[in-house]
Design a protein around this ligand. Structure first.
Ligand code: MLT
Length: 312
């Protein structure tokens, strides 16, 4: 019978490798979380999790790809704030973040940092503010396109300073970081999951963190808020999704594996070293993620529309 076939399938699941789609370049902040998590979840599920980087258009190419993927329990998706901001930024999205996906749960929260190239003149945030006001569009800001948190953070920074930089988009902040290290661009706002090693290696200038409070991993690093940009805050959250219609048993197994992986020492230690914070157990649930995406859409849509940040 069909019910029996379904039960056999559920017991066998997963019987082959699972794809985890990452919307930005390999080696970048989202990719690092996905690959570290994938190894641990693969162990729990008994099948490898294969990371697939689907690049382009600020993460929307990947979201669209996943919304159209076969809902068979073998495709999942990790995405950040861009899941909620893209609707305000793009008028022609072919997916709906509230209707085209199943929700698994949240993963980590990640602070951002504002960096300059070694050739960029300002040595601290006070100098950055003065320099930005004088030089405006002579300053090149790298980001990963509208829908990327590097773009969100960079836009809020320009707005706070009342300046307009020249924007140089990449398909993730891994290539944007290479450009910063190569001094081809001046400024990058990026997640600590990629920037902490670069800050430690002193390959970049570092102006501050984007959370309201200082972070444990960089206790001497001042916030932007305490350096004159009152109330400046960007915090990145990461969630996991599946195509709409994915079988409930696959969703439940994947969620169980997520919860186990989030407790594993390999994952927690690596995330702590990179300044990322594992979300509370309550947030590791589909219901919580769905509610959160909805609230983030409601929060950011008016802000992004008022700022004229829409791209089409
Ligand atoms: C990445 O993984 O490349 C970043 O998360 C892109 C971004 O800035 O949103």
């Amino acid at each position: 019978s069909i019910a029996f076939a379904g039960a056999v399938q559920a017991a066998d699941y997963p019987s082959r490798p699972i794809s985890l789609v990452v919307p930005f370049a390999a080696g970048g902040p989202t990719d690092v979380v996905a690959r570290t998590l994938g190894v641990e979840m693969g162990r729990v599920l008994g099948q490898p999790i294969v990371v697939e980087n689907k690049l382009g258009v600020g993460g929307t190419v990947a979201a669209n790809y996943v919304s159209n993927a076969k809902p068979d329990g073998y495709t999942f998706f990790i995405h950040h704030n861009g899941m909620a901001t893209a609707t305000a930024l793009y008028s022609n999205l072919k997916y709906d973040p509230l209707k085209s996906f199943e929700y698994i749960g949240e993963v980590v929260d990640v602070p951002m940092t504002v960096l300059g190239s070694k050739d960029f003149p300002p040595n601290n945030m006070q100098e950055f503010i003065e320099y930005a006001k004088k030089n405006g569009d002579k300053i090149n800001l790298a980001n990963a396109g509208p829908g990327a948190v590097s773009q969100l953070c960079g836009s809020l920074l320009q707005q706070a300073l009342g300046v307009k930089f020249t924007t140089i988009p990449y398909q993730g902040t891994a290539p944007a970081m290479s450009a910063l290290l190569g001094k081809q661009v001046d400024v990058l706002c990026d997640q600590t999951t990629q920037t902490i090693p670069q800050i430690a290696a002193k390959g970049v200038k570092f102006y501050g963190v984007t959370t309201l409070n200082r972070i444990q991993k960089l206790p001497d690093a001042p916030t932007l808020d305490e350096q004159g940009l009152k109330g400046f805050e960007v915090k990145v959250w990461h969630g996991i999704y599946a195509p709409k219609g994915t079988p409930a048993d696959a969703l439940a197994k994947f969620n169980g594996a997520l919860k186990t992986a989030l407790k594993s020492p390999a994952f927690t230690e690596k995330m702590a070293a990179l300044g990322a914070e594992i979300v509370s157990e309550e947030r590791q649930t589909p219901e919580s993620l769905q509610k959160w995406v909805k609230s983030e859409i409601e929060k950011w849509t008016p802000i992004l529309k008022a700022e004229g940040m829409s791209v089409n």
